[in-house]
Design a protein around this ligand. Structure first.
Ligand SMILES: NC(=O)c1ccc[n+]([C@@H]2O[C@H](COP(=O)([O-])OP(=O)(O)OC[C@H]3O[C@@H](n4cnc5c(N)ncnc54)[C@H](O)[C@@H]3O)[C@@H](O)[C@H]2O)c1
Ligand SMILES: O=c1ccn([C@@H]2O[C@H](COP(=O)(O)OP(=O)(O)O[C@H]3O[C@H](CO)[C@H](O)[C@H](O)[C@H]3O)[C@@H](O)[C@H]2O)c(=O)[nH]1
Length: 329
């Protein structure tokens, strides 16, 4: 009987791609999601348990039924700006609810956990590319909530033997190359899908948040990593945990920085659309450049990103945006 894996937040953008990849790899998969931002249709025919992981009774019931060998945890609120305006909402969902999940796992003897962390735990970078040893100094409640969970996980390993892998994603982008899944946040705040909405006619222009940063063209530089490559790193981490490996933390990115203007140019190349641009003010809390040093994931997980080319990432996301735009016409 293949091992059963519980995907918390599996109806969301990254989690739904994970569900598909795990099933393809032969695992039994169940999803727990409250559908606060996820989509029921994104899990295919994997069993979906609808509920809030901050609810201890729900967690207990799901773990009792699924009896997973490991839990992958994608569920959180993800908007940096909103986390500044309403930190209580973020600490409640991203920290308190995660602790309810972890304590449920302890009660059920589930001792393997993979956590979606973020580049936001590093705050304003002291150097790039950013490796795992870089100081952790998050500058907003979203980043702090993720760093708190990472610290909690260290303590839970020490005290209770709960083994975890924290994967710090840089900028997730792209979509299922087979065109079944994609990024559908409401509201959308991420750069790549927003530019693509201009190409599909859902938006008139893309606003650029500042062009006076200390970068080669003045716009912010980020490390865009294909969602499929994030998921393949999870799969490798899962295999290691199931084989008895200890806890670990990895930064996940391609190690290539692209500016906002370069991403807009990539969308122009892929879609043929001129993409009108309006230069606006800087967005508070935006570091000029965030680029990952993912050598540890490459060496220790054996991870190699498959879709590192920016135009490929954009092309896969574009196929998704065209489907969404067509469905709304
Ligand atoms: N998208 C990125 O660029 C990025 C970058 C770094 C880290 N991350 C992290 O990756 C994870 C997934 O991000 P995403 O873009 O797929 O987000 P998403 O909003 O698409 O998915 C999150 C899913 O979790 C569910 N959820 C939220 N709170 C829940 C709760 N209390 N109980 C049950 N389900 C709940 C939502 O309904 C949704 O399906 C998040 O933890 C996020 O912080 C994302
Ligand atoms: O309409 C837009 C949207 C974004 N940007 C810029 O494009 C870059 C990328 O912005 P995103 O919002 O797509 O991504 P972030 O780098 O802000 O955020 C990413 O990293 C964060 C941590 O730093 C969180 O983890 C978040 O979920 C993840 O997508 C930033 O310089 C942003 O200011 C624009 O110029 N115009």
């Amino acid at each position: 009987m293949p091992e059963s894996i519980l995907i918390v937040g599996g109806a969301g953008y990254i989690g739904s791609h994970m569900v598909k990849q795990l099933r393809r790899a032969g695992y039994r998969v169940a999803v727990a999601d409250d559908l606060s931002s996820g989509h029921r249709g994104a899990v295919g025919d994997a069993p979906l348990h609808v509920g809030d992981i901050g609810d201890a009774g729900f967690v207990d019931a799901v773990l009792g039924e699924v009896r997973p060998a490991a839990v992958m945890h994608f569920a959180s609120f993800i908007q940096v700006g909103e986390s500044v305006a309403d930190p209580a909402k973020y600490y409640r969902n991203n920290v308190t609810a995660t602790q309810v999940l972890l304590d449920g796992m302890r009660a059920h003897g589930v001792a393997r956990f993979i956590f979606s962390s973020t580049a936001a735990i590093f705050g304003e970078p002291e150097y790039v590319p950013i490796d795992e040893a870089h100081p952790k100094a998050p500058i907003n409640p979203y980043g702090r909530s993720k760093w708190m969970v990472e610290q909690m996980l260290e303590d839970y390993d020490h005290a209770y033997g709960l083994k975890s892998v924290c994967l710090r994603y840089f900028n997730a982008a792209g979509a299922d190359p087979e065109g079944e899944l994609g990024e559908r946040h409401e509201p959308e705040t991420h750069l790549v899908p927003l530019i693509l909405q201009v190409a599909s006619g859902r938006r008139a222009h893309i606003g650029v948040n500042g062009d006076d940063y200390p970068t080669p063209d003045g716009t912010c530089v980020r490390d865009y990593i294909h969602v499929e490559d994030l998921c393949s790193a999870h799969l490798l981490a899962l295999r290691q945990l199931l084989e008895g490996a200890g806890s670990a933390r990895y930064n996940l990115g391609n190690g290539n920085g692209f500016s906002v203007s370069e991403v807009i140019d990539a969308v122009r190349r892929v879609t043929g659309h001129p993409i009108p641009v309006v230069i606006g003010a800087r967005r508070a809390g935006d570091p000029p450049a965030l680029v990952a040093n993912a050598n540890a994931a490459r060496a220790q997980l054996g991870w190699t990103p498959r879709y590192a080319d920016l135009d490929t990432i954009v092309a896969h996301a574009w196929a998704c945006e065209r489907r969404i735009a067509a469905s709304r016409r």
